[in-house]
Design a protein around this ligand. Structure first.
Ligand code: CP
Length: 297
């Protein structure tokens, strides 16, 4: 593939092929780019996990990573995203990993550049590499997606993670239901909404979402304590979960808001496993891009 932009671009066999590659990397498989490749991580929004794990993945694959901080670049002089990417292409960069606050920012770029764009999150749009690491974590746990019940709980309307995951999990045969405050339901998602208690009882995967305060136009109608009590994974709700069901959260976590702090590293939690898998799926994405012929989107 030239670009990696959204989960809706990918067929099931392409998703499964990326997961197979990522799983092999998780078990120690090695691959290095046969020729020098310059890459840049262009993050217009803050990130810890995505930025650092792309960097680890790039270094493991032998890519030459150019240091680039948006806040110390000519973006501050008003240079557009398009001109920034064209500039990087002109000096020999072949892969740009971009996180940007604008939904679908990549539509202005994809048909107009020769280098490869990897979407590391677009506004409230999609977060496809997070989705792949979530899928890998679920696949490692259950061996399949078909027949699984997944409940996504929280700030749905602002969540690119929810959008990517609901799309991909449904395509792969899982049943996805959502829960959270009604005002955060997402009318664009073709999904059933249920109570948090029902979701927690039924789900094989309880997927919690971070409250995206930075995307909220109004101040929260609930205090942190009220949110935790009404919609969070409390200690009492965790006891309602099925024996083998797991807890996921893309992080960063607002402890004692979306999830009780003591549950973040409990036996059911796969939150740090998700982060570990982030490196492997990002290696798989970059390898597929550098081998262009493997997957087309
Ligand atoms: N999950 C996630 O995207 O985390 P970061 O914002 O830290 O990259």
């Amino acid at each position: 593939m030239q670009h990696f932009l959204t989960m809706s671009d990918l067929r099931n066999d392409e998703i499964l092929e990326l997961l197979e590659e990522a799983d092999a990397f998780s078990k120690g498989a090695q691959w290095k780019t046969p020729e020098p490749v310059f890459a840049v991580n262009l993050f217009y929004e803050p990130s810890t996990r995505t930025k650092c794990s792309f960097e680890v993945a790039e270094r493991r694959l032998g890519l030459e990573l150019l240091p680039f901080e948006v806040g110390a670049s000519s973006v501050l002089k008003g240079e557009t995203l398009y001109d920034t990417v064209k500039t990087l292409q002109s000096i020999g960069v072949r892969v740009v990993v971009i996180r940007h606050q604008e939904d679908e920012y990549y539509k202005k770029l994809a048909g107009n550049v020769e280098l490869s764009i990897v979407n590391a999150g677009d506004g409230s749009g999609q977060h496809p590499s997070q989705c792949l690491l979530d899928l890998l974590t679920i696949q490692q746990e259950f061996g399949t997606f078909r027949g699984l019940n997944v409940c996504i709980i929280g700030d749905l309307v602002h969540s690119r993670v929810a959008r990517s995951n609901a799309c991909a999990l449904q395509k792969l045969g899982a049943t996805v239901k959502c829960s959270g405050p009604v005002e955060w339901y997402d009318p664009t998602m073709n999904i059933d909404y249920i109570s948090v208690d029902q979701g927690v009882r039924e789900a094989d995967v309880v997927m919690l979402l971070r409250i995206q305060h930075e995307r909220h136009k109004e101040t929260a109608h609930l205090s942190k304590e009220e949110y935790h009590h009404e919609y969070g994974l409390t200690v009492e709700r965790e006891r309602m979960m099925k024996p083998n069901s797991i807890i996921m959260h893309p992080a960063p976590v607002n402890r004692d808001v979306e999830i009780a702090s003591c549950l973040v590293e409990c036996g059911r939690s796969r939150i740090f496993k998700q982060m570990e898998n982030g490196v492997f799926v990002r290696m798989a994405i970059l390898k597929a891009i550098l081998q262009k012929e493997k997957v087309v989107c």
